[in-house]
Structure formats: structure tokens, C-alpha cells
Design a binder for this molecule. Structure first.
Ligand SMILES: O=c1ccn([C@@H]2O[C@H](COP(=O)(O)OP(=O)(O)O[C@H]3O[C@H](CO)[C@@H](O)[C@H](O)[C@H]3O)[C@@H](O)[C@H]2O)c(=O)[nH]1
Ligand SMILES: [Mn+2]
Length: 478
């Protein structure tokens, strides 16, 4: 179990772990249930019907077994909830200790698989929300993996490139939250005053609405009009796509962050943005999201090779612009950071019904169980919203001598964008993984619908720790 250590006087950590309040009451409460369970079990054994009918004895035995199972299940639940902890980060210490240049690069993977179920406008919003993180843009690379191989999604991404040039400065200037335009305008009341923010808000809202109409019209149409097709050479790739399940790799660097022209309207650098649709052939299994993520790990290693990777599903958006800096407080902590393989954030849903009848807000998991796991060696990896250390995700074992060297990890890649595209295509081909450890010891694991859980467990088995960080549950108790 994680010991909650007192702060040392000579060292100011970048994060702190505190036990949840009310743990003693919870333990007393659990002890009372334990005693009750013992009484029930003793009662079942003592009063076992002996001379009666067979059916009655069987029913008694059945009840006894059910109660035993319940007790076992209850004890597992109890272990999970025994030691919940909260994490607190100190972003001000991070900024005072590390200047912008010393912060590590981040690769962000957004996955989409079907333009029908996951509309391109939603994907656009997700991408914009992660492009707008409060983090040096030259250190950010965003990769969209499109398993649906859809030119509609590709078109939406081109629109995102254009809109990002006004959206990112707006987010920066007024520090708005959340940074998905759709979510932001849903949240913002219609009132308009005279302030400069209100004026910008209106004009950018208008641009966003135009963008939304354009993307939705093209999506409804189901094809790209000729005049738009001519605007970007990337559309030509679809001339040789046989179907969604049978096509070559399409890899396009839409914004090359190293390019002097890749700037927003205020002249500030834009983050790198890459579109990837990995090769698919009917003869080869694509391994769903795990396959997509592994292709992204390899392709990104060629293009930006950031030491930290974040994955966000396209049906989620980032609602917290500080998320990267918070995660860095864990990874870069000089005393404990090197033990941490991943930092999992909670997932929350915005389109729940008022009563949340089916408990989709996952309150017990988000506000209790994951905190409990965190106090017991680390939470599971639950998919979207998780920051990974690239090395541990790629199979590296933890060793005591390991010290994360962030400065060395920020090595610049010099090759041209078109060279990197060609090199990356090979890494996303169907045959690349044959006779390799990908999907087993390297990357996300294959063969299980819950690829994230088993991948997280295998990382922990290699000796690493993990962290659960929920910035919103600042001080709730069990
Ligand atoms: O062949 C595929 C299938 C899915 N996806 C993407 O994978 C993500 C997750 O798929 P989804 O169908 O939305 O699964 P959920 O059950 O909603 O996702 C939860 O469960 C998954 C499996 O445990 C985790 O990976 C997710 O992060 C977690 O949010 C989505 O962005 C998809 O676009 C692909 O990229 N390729
Ligand atoms: Mn989903």
C-alpha cells in the first residue's frame, strides 16, 4: 500500500498524496458488516436442517453458498475501498522549476472509427479541444487515427486546421473553458455585452456555426464536392481506396509545427496535426482500438517521438486546459515521478438524462473506487483520458536505477514532412507487426475487448506505478 509520507523540509514535491477523510468511520462501519456476516454464516452452519426433506436441505445449502459468494465479493469490494487517497498537484512549482523549453513534448492520439456513429463535427471539436491545451504549442503533436478511412473526417480535420487559427488565440486571450467550441457555446449564455470578449465571442461563434454547417452539409451529402477536393492534394489518396476495410495507409501531416508558416492569426506557432488511416486488408485482423493505438505509437515515434502520450476518444473532449501541466507534476516530480507509468483522469459524460437512471455518471467508480485503487499501488488504465510514459507503454520494465531524463527525450527530428510521411506509412502497414511483440509485450494488448485494463495490469506487473487524478473532487470523503 502507498504510504502517505510527510513532506520533507528541504524538498518541495510537485504533487502530494493525502488520505481521504472519514476512513476511520468507514473502517468501523465495515467491521460492523463483517461481524453481521459472521453471525449469518454461523447461523447457517449451526441450524443446518438434518432430518427434514431433501428439498429443504438443498435450499439451505444454496442460500449458504450464495452468502459465502456474497461475503467473498464484499471482501473484494472492501479491499478496493480500504485506503482511498487524493492527489494534489503544484503547477506553480512546476512552472518555477522548469521553463517552457525544459517541459517534455506530448503526443496526443484521438481515435475515430466510423463517420456515421462518430460524426466528423464531433471529431473536429475533440481535436480543437486538445489543440488548445495550455501548454507550449511547439511541444504538442496531435494525431487523429481514422479507422473509418473517411474523406469526410479528413475534410473535417482540414476545417479544424483553419478554425484553430482563430480559436486558439481566443482561448488563450480569455482563458475560456471548456475548449471544445461546441461545449463552450452550449455552456455560455446568450447574453452579449460591449466588452471585447463579447465581441470576439460573437464573431467566433459565427465562424464556428459556419464551419459546423459546412461540415454537416458535406457529411449529409456523403461525398466531397469537386471544388473542395481540388483544395488539398490529400483527397487524391482516396482514388485508390477500395473500401473502408481494404485500403493503403493514408498519412498526412496537416500542420507541421516546425514550419514557419504554421501560425495562428496572432503569429503564434500551431501544434503539429497529423491524419492517419492505417492500412487495412481483409486478410489481416485490425485489432480494433488497440491496433489503432499501436500504429499511432509507431508512426508518432517517427514524426515527433514525444516521451509522453495522451489518448482521447473522439466522443470525448478535454474540459480542462491544465490537464497536461497537472500530469507533468506527477511525471516530473524529482522524487517519485520516475516510478509512474501512467496518469489516469476520470471520464465524465455530458449527455446524461436528468435522473441518470442507469448511473452512467459512474460516480462510485470515479469518486471512490479509483481513489481506492490509487491508494493500493495504482488505478487501472481505463482508456480515454490517460497520459502514458511512452517507454513503459512500449514494454520497458521499471528498475530502481531508472530516472526519467526529460531534457534528453526532447530530441528534435530534422527530416522533411514528406519524408516522415513515407517513413510512417511503413510503420502503419498490416504486415509490420508480424512476428513482433506488438500487441503482447509492446503497446496495447490484443485479444481482449477491454484492452486498456489488461494493458494497465501488464504495465503494473512490469513494476511501474500509476496515478489517478481527479482535479474536480478536491476534498470529498468516502
Ligand atoms: O476498430 C476500432 C474501434 C474503435 N476505435 C475507437 O476506440 C474508441 C473507443 O471505442 P468505443 O466504441 O467508444 O468504446 P467505449 O466502450 O465507449 O470506450 C471505453 O472502453 C474502451 C475499451 O475498454 C476504452 O478503450 C475507451 O477509452 C473507453 O472510453 C473510439 O474513439 C473509437 O473510435 C478505433 O479506433 N478502432
Ligand atoms: Mn466511447
Amino acid at each position: 500500500m502507498d504510504k502517505v509520507e510527510p513532506e520533507r523540509k528541504d524538498y518541495l514535491p510537485l504533487f502530494e498524496t493525502r488520505p481521504a477523510r472519514g476512513r476511520q468511520q468507514f473502517k468501523l462501519f465495515s467491521a460492523s458488516i463483517f461481524i453481521a456476516i459472521c453471525f449469518v454464516l454461523v447461523y447457517r452452519v449451526t441450524y443446518f436442517p438434518s432430518g427434514e426433506a431433501k428439498a429443504e436441505r438443498l435450499a439451505w445449502l444454496g442460500l449458504f453458498l450464495a452468502e459465502l459468494w456474497f461475503s467473498f465479493y464484499w471482501s473484494l469490494t472492501l479491499i478496493r475501498r480500504w485506503n482511498p487517497v487524493f492527489r494534489y498537484t503544484f503547477k506553480d512549482r512546476l512552472s518555477s522549476r522548469y521553463d517552457q523549453e525544459a517541459l517534455p513534448d506530448i503526443d496526443i492520439f484521438v481515435c475515430t472509427a466510423d463517420p456515421g456513429i462518430e460524426p466528423p463535427i464531433m471529431v473536429t471539436n475533440t481535436v480543437l479541444s486538445v489543440m488548445a491545451y495550455d501548454y507550449p504549442p511547439q511541444k504538442l503533436s496531435i494525431y487523429l487515427s481514422d479507422d473509418g478511412c473517411s474523406k469526410l473526417t479528413f475534410y473535417a480535420l482540414l476545417e479544424a486546421v483553419r478554425f484553430s487559427k482563430i480559436w486558439l488565440p481566443f482561448c488563450r486571450k480569455f482563458e475560456i473553458e471548456p475548449r471544445s467550441p461546441e461545449a463552450y457555446y452550449r455552456k455560455t449564455a446568450e447574453h452579449v455585452g460591449d466588452s471585447s470578449m463579447d465581441k470576439d465571442l460573437l464573431s467566433i461563434k459565427k465562424s464556428y456555426e459556419d464551419l459546423k454547417i459546412r461540415i454537416e452539409t458535406v457529411t449529409k451529402l456523403g461525398r466531397i464536392p469537386d471544388d473542395i477536393r481540388k483544395e488539398h492534394k490529400g483527397f487524391r489518396e482516396w482514388d485508390i481506396v477500395l473500401s473502408q476495410h481494404d485500403h493503403q495507409t493514408i498519412l498526412q501531416i496537416l500542420i507541421d509545427g516546425r514550419d514557419a508558416n504554421a501560425i495562428d492569426i496572432e503569429g503564434k506557432v500551431l501544434p503539429t496535426l497529423v491524419y492517419l488511416s492505417r492500412e487495412k486488408r481483409p486478410k489481416y485482423h485490425h485489432n480494433f482500438k488497440a491496433g489503432a493505438m499501436n500504429a499511432l505509437i509507431r508512426v508518432s515515434s517517427r514524426i515527433s517521438n514525444a516521451p509522453v502520450i495522451l489518448n482521447v476518444d473522439c466522443d470525448m473532449y478535454s474540459n480542462n486546459p491544465d490537464a497536461i501541466r497537472d500530469a507533468m507534476c506527477f511525471f516530473m516530480d524529482e522524487e517519485k515521478g520516475h516510478e509512474i507509468a501512467y496518469v489516469q483522469y476520470p471520464q465524465s459524460f455530458y449527455n446524461l438524462s436528468n435522473n441518470d437512471l442507469y448511473s452512467s455518471s459512474l460516480r462510485v467508480i470515479v469518486e471512490l473506487e479509483l481513489l481506492g485503487f490509487d491508494g493500493n499501488g495504482g488505478p487501472s488504465y481505463i482508456g480515454t483520458g490517460c497520459f502514458h510514459r511512452r517507454e513503459s507503454l512500449c514494454g520497458k520494465k521499471y528498475s530502481k536505477e531508472f530516472k526519467g531524463e526529460w531534457r534528453r527525450a526532447n530530441k528534435k527530428i530534422e527530416e522533411s514532412a514528406s519524408f516522415l510521411e513515407d517513413a510512417g506509412k511503413v510503420l502503419a502497414s498490416c504486415t509490420y507487426e508480424q512476428n513482433t511483440d506488438w500487441g503482447n509485450e509492446m503497446g496495447l494488448k490484443y485479444g481482449c475487448p477491454l484492452e486498456d485494463i489488461i494493458t494497465g495490469l501488464s504495465i503494473q506487473c512490469r513494476g511501474w506505478r500509476s496515478v489517478y487524478f481527479n482535479p474536480k473532487t478536491s476534498d470529498c470523503s468516502t
